[in-house]
Design a protein around this ligand. Sequence first.
Ligand code: SF4
Length: 82
Amino acid sequence: MANPEQKHPKNIPGKFYCTDPDDDGGEGCIACNVCYTGAPEFFGEDDDGNAFVHKQPETEEEVALCMEQLEACPVASIGNDG
Ligand code: SF4
């Protein structure tokens, strides 16, 4: 599950974030590639294939695209604090 206390360290500040794979519950990103394939402008991958947000969405369409990734993430690792 998305954990705002254990965000991936590379997330750019803002309302969207990816949870670190080493979060306490062991339920962070599993490097499935859904988000950074579906919305590469906003989600990137680190050297291990784990996702982080590298650009925050601004327009309504961009937010909708990021919300699609949030809903598609198989382990609900993407959070939205907005
Ligand atoms: S969709 Fe979820 S599990 Fe897959 S890479 Fe993105 S954050 Fe990680």
